[in-house]
Design a protein. Structure first.
Lengths: 612, 503, 121
């Protein structure tokens, strides 16, 4: 089985290389290789995952290791149910995105590099998910960041795409320093870089409370950056100028979810440092509300989805922070499915209308029936409408938070209550913005083409992935009843809590009614438009970091010219000056020279006389 | 056998200098072909030498009396520290001379250029193999002097005052480095007066530096090598030299000659410096980190492509020196790995930069835009090299930087750990600045709005077959070392433990 | 005769000679000063030779050496002075500064025709 894992890791990279090599020589072949490679990768993932779900024995294998470094570094993998479900999520979405891109990028001149980068990304995500060696994980982690950078700037002719790509890469790379230092600290502390060994050591030793606070804090920094939480949350909406399938794959389903995965994977480290969990809970609480509010007031469809992703990721972090591990992971899977569905259908809409601004959409449900269905299901799951998957997982998360607030010892009590309040509030705001977006896109009348003939449904290559994603969105909820089937025997608690669900559903219905009333009364301008040019955090980063660095770099360049070079040139100049000074003694006058000789000889004679 | 291998490794390129000159009398093209044959031969010879040498210096050297009256010996040896550097050097020179085949300089004299490059190679290989301090100094100079000619004669000819700039760059390079090596020689003589021998192997195992003379010697040797490495603030010769040198000159300067400095630090400075001294070693580490940040800031404000890459070299060498200043095995591993990785990656960067300059006639970043559109493959290779240079995990550049930071977090017990941890954190932020300037560069040069104001970039010829051939070893090795760092780390660890008796 | 009489004379002559060499501007007078110095040394040598009653007469022998060298040197020196006069038109040492390390021509030494290496105009 381990060689299947190895093949599963290598196939995407080989497929990428092959796609690049074929390049523009043959359009059909390059597309065939890209999609075929992705399909093959998916098959291998299914084989690996199927063998490791539920109560299957986790696989740990070291392919090659070097002990030349102080602690061994190697290609070590560990496949357990967590890895299996995430493998399935990422490989499936990646395959669907490759198929979707056939239609979306049908006449794009840069298809080969795009497809190759998507394949490399898929390989990198698989690497992160099955890695047992922390350095291997870091390699996949940063490789994903690099692919994200290249893919966001796919349409580099747009200034926003260039800017967004740089912002995303720089912010995530800065946060990744946290991961680097965390790995170094954990390796030095436990004498090994293997996650399985580190976690085993933590379980065996009875560590004092908060003993591992520094590695846990550094890990928090890393995941906060990767998953766009406060204060690193602004890169995700700015990454939207990238192609929509990329937004679906990277910025909804996989890369941003890798942060949540990392916390889930290294959970014992966090549990042994509950103060850091409190911090994580606070960040999650603040981010989920903030993200939802931003989504409420924006007019760009993709930005709504982006802020919504930020908010939902905060839900997952909140769940993990309060100890509801299975709820968090299941919400991760659910979100992957319905957010990918939402983004891909948004791609359909954008493809049809030619713009991402919701002002230009409206009344599209007649012309785009399939997309309408897909998006309805997606928004429904996002808002938590029963019986879609989002309802079950979101309620599981809220119930878990409530449990911790009432009885738990991990997180400080008032923080966990604040988290509960934030979760409920966010759920309601989520309903509001989902409903608003749904209404603005498919109902009413916008300034765009509307029901014109030019608006048509997307080709089959873009529709099939939508259908396929609708299945888990609609039917995946049953997972909540028996998480052990998927996540393993230790996560056996049922996640269905009747009373809370009923209350939540009631609140959801009330919110929906309010929004519909506003729609009826005020039409498309349901509430006053609050325009925030930049999130304030961006201003802080800009004034506090970007501008000083720019100023410093100009100072350095001036210093190079005027100070350092001046010293170097000065050395030559002073040598020349000294020479000029000494030249003054060369008067050319013989008598001056003789005078010097005579006086000098006399002085030497006197000196010799007095010395001896 | 070992003696033949070691002597031949230095003698082969030197012999080919003569052949190239003779062939150049007949035809220039023949001369370049002979030079390439010589370089390939040296590469194969170096592979053989590395294979038959043991990883630690165990006495299988060449050790003959040379200047008996002064106790200077012809002492050559190869171990796990110099082996990777030797291999990288010979490979880079194959690529460099190969690139001359189709890309002869416009001003002619290709045979002379090839001969000078082979002479530099002989000098560099001799420096890497030398185990006697004065012999190292001698080969050091042999590698430097021809570079003046390369820069002055075949350097940049664009621009109004090109001649003056070339002369200034070449002369400044020469004067700085010769001054440095003069100081280094004085330091070596002081070491001899303290330790009684010029043989670095004996010194490493028996010499215990203490007292003011030993300190002065260590300072002088450090000063001399700091000019070459280069260490801030003695780096000022580097940007001009790199940007005015021809492509082959820049590649050799960055990929190979800078490693003379770092290798000198490992081989000849670490045995004569004591980490227990309170000021010297942390000071060197501090200067290295200042160099990392300073170079990155300077890169952010650069307007010339080759100068930007030159400053990035200063930053990378900062990581190397930080690593070796920790006096640990991990530090030496990091230093050698980072040196080799930097040689491959920056060599590739300079090759591509030279290609761009040849195609578009300018190295100013503001005048180059939208290269993804006009030369997509070339731009792709540049983007790959830039990613490798900013230390993306999975490519060769990462491991050196990571191990440097790691070794700085846990330096040898005599050194102040608090200082070194601070330096490690600052160096990590230097990595972010490195990413920033490379991203800014890619954004304006490879991407960038292609408007009529900046001029439409007509598609120039994309990467040619010869260029692919010359660059592919560098590309492949960057990936191979990125995924299999153990290939280098093992030999270096054995050699470092044996030579420096580090824990 | 007391020793100090010839020594005093020698010192006086030497002093006058030094004065002539260092202060006088005319080249011939400088050469006269050189001669005075050399002859002062001769007087010194002979005086000590007589006083010490040297058997080998080293002093007197050396005085003969000095006379010969003085004659040779004065022949060469006068030839140089003659050439200087021919090229520059004067033999004022203060104005002969063309060997000074200066940029461009020395304004003190501009009289006289510019001649090439063979002394022709």
């Amino acid at each position: 089985m381990s060689w299947v894992v190895l093949a599963m890791l290598l196939v995407p990279f080989c497929s990428a290389a092959l796609t690049l090599w074929i390049g523009h020589r043959s359009e059909v072949t390059s597309r065939g290789v890209a999609v075929g490679g992705s399909a093959l990768g998916l098959v291998l993932v299914v084989v690996v995952a199927a063998g490791h779900l539920g109560d299957a024995v986790p696989l740990t294998h070291v392919f090659v290791s070097t002990s030349a470094a102080v602690e061994p570094i190697g290609l070590a993998v560990h496949v357990d149910p967590l890895s299996a479900v995430l493998l399935l999520l990422s490989a499936t979405v990646a395959f669907l995105v490759q198929v979707y891109s056939l239609g979306y990028l049908a006449d794009d001149p840069r298809y080969p590099s795009y497809a190759a980068l998507v394949a490399v990304f898929t390989g990198a995500m698989s690497t992160v998910v099955v890695a047992d060696d922390l350095w291997l994980l870091l390699v996949g982690w940063e490789l994903m960041g690099a692919c994200s950078y290249f893919l966001i700037s796919h349409h580099w002719e747009l200034a926003e795409a260039r800017a967004g790509a740089v912002k995303a890469f720089l912010i995530t790379r800065t946060a990744d320093l946290g991961l680097l230092f965390a790995i170094l600290l954990l390796g030095a502390r436990f004498g090994s870089y293997r996650i399985s060994e580190i976690l085993a050591s933590i379980q065996q030793q009875a560590l004092p409370r908060d003993d591992l606070w520094l590695p846990a804090l550094l890990l928090t920094v890393a995941v906060t950056g990767k998953s766009a939480q406060l204060p690193f949350h602004t890169w995700l909406p700015d990454a939207m100028p990238g192609p929509t399938p990329i937004s679906a794959l990277i910025h909804a389903a996989t890369m941003v979810a890798a942060g949540v995965f990392l916390v889930a994977r290294t959970y014992p480290v966090f549990v042994s440092a509950p103060t850091v969990l409190t911090l994580l809970a606070s960040i999650a609480a603040a981010t989920m509300v903030l993200g939802a509010l931003y989504a409420l007031f924006t007019d760009d469809l993709k930005r709504v989805l982006a802020w919504s992703t930020v908010s939902q990721l905060a839900y997952m972090f909140g769940a993990l922070a309060v100890g509801a591990w299975s709820a968090g992971v299941l919400h991760l899977l659910a979100h992957g499915a319905f957010k990918a569905l939402l983004f891909l259908s948004a791609g359909s809409v954008v493809h049809a209308v030619g713009s991402t601004s919701m002002g230009r959409m409206g009344g599209l449900r007649g012309r785009l029936p399939h997309t309408f269905l897909a998006m309805t299901l997606g928004f429904g799951a996002l808002a938590g409408i029963v019986p879609l998957i989002g309802f079950f997982t979101k309620d599981a998360v809220i119930a878990g938070a409530l449990e911790q607030a009432r009885h738990g010892r991990l997180v400080w009590p008032w923080v966990s209550w604040a988290l509960v309040v934030a979760m409920i509030l966010t759920a309601l705001v989520t309903v509001a913005y989902s409903l608003r977006a749904w209404l603005l896109v498919f109902f009413g009348k916008g300034t765009g083409p509307g029901t014109a003939d030019s608006v048509h449904e997307s080709p089959w290559s873009m529709r099939v992935p939508l259908y396929l994603l609708m299945v888990p969105t609609a039917l995946g909820g049953f997972l909540v009843f028996k998480p052990a089937a998927v996540l393993g025997p230790q996560h056996h608690e049922s996640l269905v809590h009747g009373a809370e669900s009923v209350v939540m559903t009631g609140l959801v219905v009330v919110t929906a009614v309010v929004v519909l009333l506003l729609w009826r009364r005020r039409g498309r301008q349901m509430w006053p438009h609050v325009v925030l040019p930049h999130p304030p955090v961006d201003v802080v980063w800009d004034r506090g970091l970007v501008r000083p660095v720019g100023w410093l770099s100009r100072v350095v360049r001036a210093g190079e010219r005027d100070v350092v070079e001046a010293y170097a040139d000065g050395a030559g100049a002073s040598a020349r000056g000294l020479g000029r000074l000494l030249r003054l003694t060369q008067t050319g006058n013989v008598q001056t020279y003789l005078m010097v000789v005579v006086v000098g000889a006399a002085a030497l004679a006197v000196a010799a006389g007095t010395v001896s | 056998m070992n003696a033949v291998a070691l002597n031949g490794l230095v003698g082969l390129p030197a012999a080919f200098v003569v052949f190239v000159v003779l062939a150049g009398r007949r035809r220039e093209r023949l001369a370049v072909t002979v030079a390439v044959v010589g370089a390939v031969g040296t590469l194969l010879w170096s592979v053989w030498t590395v294979l038959i040498s043991s990883r630690a210096l165990d006495g299988s050297h060449v050790d003959l009396a040379w200047v008996a009256a002064l106790d200077i010996r012809w002492h050559l040896g190869l171990d796990g520290i110099s082996g990777p550097l030797v291999l990288m050097t010979t490979l880079v020179f194959v690529c460099v001379l190969g690139s001359l085949v189709r890309n002869a300089p416009d001003c002619g004299g290709t045979a002379a250029l090839a001969a000078l490059l082979l002479l530099i190679e002989a000098g560099v290989l001799g420096s890497f193999l030398a185990l006697d301090m004065v012999l190292f100094f001698a080969f050091f100079e042999v590698a430097l002097i021809p570079m003046w000619f390369v820069i002055h004669q075949w350097g940049d000819r664009h621009g109004p005052d090109a001649e003056a700039r070339r002369r200034r760059a070449a002369t400044r390079f020469l004067v700085f480095t010769v001054l440095g090596s003069a100081l280094m020689l004085v330091g070596f003589v002081l070491v001899r007066s303290e330790a009684g021998t010029f043989d670095i192997v004996r010194i490493a195992s028996t010499y215990d530096p203490s007292g003011p003379t030993a300190l002065a010697a260590a300072v002088l040797v450090a000063l001399g090598l700091a000019v070459k490495t280069p260490l801030w603030p003695l780096h000022i010769w580097l940007p001009d030299a790199h940007s005015t040198a021809p492509t082959v000159g820049s590649v050799v300067l960055a990929a190979v000659l800078l490693k003379l400095g770092t290798y000198g630090f490992i081989r000849f400075w670490m045995p004569v410096a004591d980490p227990d001294w309170e000021v010297l070693v942390p000071f060197v580490a501090g200067l290295a980190v200042v160099g990392i940040v300073y170079a990155a800031l300077a890169c952010l404000a650069q307007t010339d492509l080759k100068q930007l890459i030159a400053y990035s070299s200063v930053g990378h060498m900062g990581f190397v020196v930080l690593a070796l200043a920790t006096f640990t095995v991990g530090g030496v591993q990091a230093a050698v790995f980072a040196s080799v990785a930097h040689g491959l990656i920056t060599g590739l960067l300079f090759f591509v930069a030279g290609s761009i300059k040849d195609r578009y006639g300018t190295g100013t970043i503001a005048e180059l835009r939208g290269l993804y559109a006009s030369v997509p493959r070339l731009a792709g290779v540049f983007a790959f090299a830039a990613m490798a240079s900013l230390g993306l995990p999975g490519l060769a550049g990462f491991w050196g930087e990571m191990l440097a930071i790691r070794s700085a977090l846990y330096p040898v017990p005599g050194l102040p750990q608090g200082t070194f941890v601070t330096l490690a954190v600052i160096a990590a932020f230097g990595v972010i600045l490195t990413s920033a300037y490379f991203l800014a560069l890619m954004r304006s040069m490879l991407q960038g709005p292609v408007t009529s104001a900046t001029g439409p970039r007509e598609p120039s010829p994309d990467v040619s077959a010869v260029e692919w051939l010359v660059w592919s070893p560098l590309l492949v090795l960057t990936v191979v070392l990125g995924v299999a760092p153990g290939l280098l780390l093992g030999p270096v660890a054995e050699a470092a433990t044996a030579f420096l008796e580090l824990s | 005769m007391p020793l100090w009489w010839p020594l005093l004379l020698a010192s006086l002559l030497f002093a006058i000679g030094v004065y002539g060499v260092l202060v006088r501007r005319n080249a011939v007078l400088v050469l006269m000063g050189v001669e005075l110095m050399l002859n002062a040394v001769n007087i010194n040598l002979v005086a000590f030779d007589a006083h010490l009653r040297d058997v080998l007469h080293g002093g007197q022998t050396l005085a003969l050496f000095t006379i010969v060298i003085a004659a040779a040197e004065i022949g060469l020196a006068l030839a140089v002075v003659l050439l200087v006069f021919r090229t520059h038109g004067h033999i004022d040492l203060d104005r002969l500064r063309s060997l000074a390390d200066r940029d461009g021509l020395d304004e003190l030494d501009q009289r006289g025709p510019r001649l090439d290496h063979r002394g022709a105009r």
